[in-house]
Design a protein around this ligand. Sequence first.
Ligand code: P6P
Length: 282
Amino acid sequence: MQSIFDTIKHCALEIDRAIKSEDLGYCDSANASGDDQLKLDIKSDAIIEKAFSGHPLVKSLVSEEKEGELVMNETGKYTICYDPLDGSSLVDVNLSVGSIFGIYDGELKGENLVASAYVVYGPRIELVTVVKGEAPKHYRAQNDTFLTVYETLQLNKKGKLNAPGGTQQHWYDYHKSFIDKLFAEGYRLRYSGGMVPDLHQILLKGGGIFSYPGTSDKPEGKLRQLFEVLPFALVYEAAGGEAVDHKGHRLLELAPLHVHDTTPCFFGSRYEIAKLKEAYGV
Ligand code: P6P
């Protein structure tokens, strides 16, 4: 898996250079989920596709920016599902964004996710990698070299941060009550609109909860299973936290019918996830 993580490090440095130098404008196209595409989305996607083409272990790629699966090497073992530049619309207001990678062995479903990684493009480039069954590892780039920050990352049983996603006017009453109760307990609001820095912050600051629920206008939520939700679920569970859907099921038990399927998702410390299950009656 290290050669795949090393390729991700190469992509991260190239994408960071693109963020800092390329045109921030929109293309006249939309991705498979109907999101407007920035030139940076297309550029980041091309960087990753080029970097993995010819990699002996990689059979195919699935990108948030493209409809289907790109098969590159029939003898390869893994399929990499990725969001090349998540939250890219935040670049033009100078907020942190990220890339997310899920490495699957076989059918594209949670139980076949064997590793994941994400990159945060902020004041510094940071990388977190995890192999199934191992603790997540945290790196920070200095002069194009990724140095280990923490050998392992661990969430406290209870945290202090609350990152409530989704359009509040479309929240279900029981979800609003759950969020309000956390704030009444003194949780601090930490939500930027970028899932990568928002989840990274909770992981590094000891815990709390990130939620992107189903809503009356989007009952299946917004975040995509294969290349946004499941990779973070592997990281959070490996860090001693939990990652569940609105039924209280582990996100890593999901098996999407389509590569762009979404799901309501909740990532956090054990205390907050227990409170969520209570609020949802699951
Ligand atoms: P909202 C960014 O577009 C994204 O996919 C995630 O990074 C983020 O958590 C979410 O959407 C934000 O969505 O509805 O709160 O703007």
